[in-house]
Design a protein around this ligand. Structure first.
Ligand code: SF4
Length: 339
């Protein structure tokens, strides 16, 4: 339960039907009778998936010559037992939610119970002046990533792609760049579908959980997904998408999770921004034909092994890294003692 300027927010996670015992005292179960599942595409145990790793996808695609976003449509359609058009429209809804969140974040968010103030409005203001490093599209990505992270910290609506802590890197990079380049909604949808399929491979062979794999599992995964999305925006080939994802993920190994005061704010914002830059670099490297050397599936498996070998202090336990600094401890004390 979080208390803010605009009221209370109740965070619910679970895989079973909600019961009265799951709720804090004073919250009526009747208020949740119309609660729908959050996952946009459902799945059943009887699904017949065309592929689950990138090597299988390449074999499946041998006589089809589909692009990554088209292969994502095939996968999601099979997974959810819905038409490809329905999958496309569901992604359209997600893109619209994300664009609204980015716009809200840039306008400015308000929420009492957080570490950082709203950061995106100041970035937007500086972007138009000269006292600022001109980094081209990277600045557009930073703005969108920060806007999403601001909205998340103010308990606004975000899409946890792939997780709440890493909700900025993938959508912020792809949509920030696409908007700056005046791209259409359909181009954004294709980029997000392509990115999502890289996420399918990561979920199949590794994890998005920082408790298991550190921050490489969260923002690192988001970066690998975003790299493929960016290549899709630039009309790159399937091979270039896979190369971009592979190269981006290779650079994330060893990224620890050490959230300050047990909040998903610091150093999360900086890591989301840094991984946006990683995605942009990997996309350009792939688009000019750099050799990614290690096949994507092998990179994902290696990433998972590295994540599991990180000390538990550095895997979202709040017992290592920045989380144990005197300043972080003082912040934790202050935040937990406030009413
Ligand atoms: S540092 Fe930890 S909590 Fe923050 S984004 Fe990374 S994995 Fe998530």
């Amino acid at each position: 339960m979080h208390h803010g300027l605009q009221g209370r927010v109740l965070q619910i996670k679970g895989q079973k039907r909600l019961s009265a015992q799951d709720l804090p005292v004073g919250i009526d179960i009747k208020a949740f009778k119309n609660l729908k599942p959050v996952l946009p595409v459902g799945s059943s145990t009887k699904m017949d998936l065309p592929f689950t790793i990138s090597e299988e996808m390449m074999s499946y695609n041998k006589d089809k010559n589909l692009l990554l976003w088209e292969l994502a449509l095939k996968y999601e359609s099979a997974r959810g037992n819905i038409s490809e058009k329905e999958v496309l429209e569901k992604m359209r809804d997600i893109v619209r939610i994300l664009e609204k969140s980015i716009s809200d974040g840039i306008k400015g968010t308000q929420y009492m119970d957080r570490i950082y103030p709203a950061q995106a409005p100041a970035f937007k203001e500086k972007q138009t002046g000269n006292s600022f490093l001109n980094m081209g599209l990277y600045n557009d990505a930073i703005l969108a990533v920060t806007a999403l992270m601001d909205v998340k910290s103010s308990m606004g609506v975000i899409v946890a792609a792939p997780t709440a802590g890493s909700c900025g890197t993938l959508p912020g990079t792809c949509l920030g760049v696409a908007t700056a380049l005046n791209m259409t909604e359909d181009q954004k949808i294709k980029a997000m579908l392509a990115a999502g399929l890289i996420g399918v491979f990561i979920a199949r062979m590794a994890t998005f959980s920082a408790e298991i794999g550190g921050c490489q599992a969260e923002t690192g995964s988001g970066s690998g997904m975003a790299a493929a999305g960016l290549v899709t925006l630039l009309d790159g080939s399937l091979d270039q998408c896979i190369a971009a994802a592979s190269m981006a993920l290779q650079n994330t190994f060893g990224l620890i999770c050490d959230p300050v005061a047990n909040r998903v704010e610091a150093p999360c914002l900086g890591k989301n921004v840094m991984m946006a830059g990683n995605a942009l670099s990997a996309a350009n490297m792939a688009l000019v034909g750099f050799d990614h050397l290690i096949p994507l599936d092998e990179v994902i498996i290696a990433m998972h092994k590295v994540g599991q070998s990180l000390p538990c202090e550095l895997r979202c336990t709040g017992k290592g890294g920045l989380a144990m600094t005197p300043t972080a401890k003082a912040l934790e004390q202050k935040l937990t003692s406030q009413p």
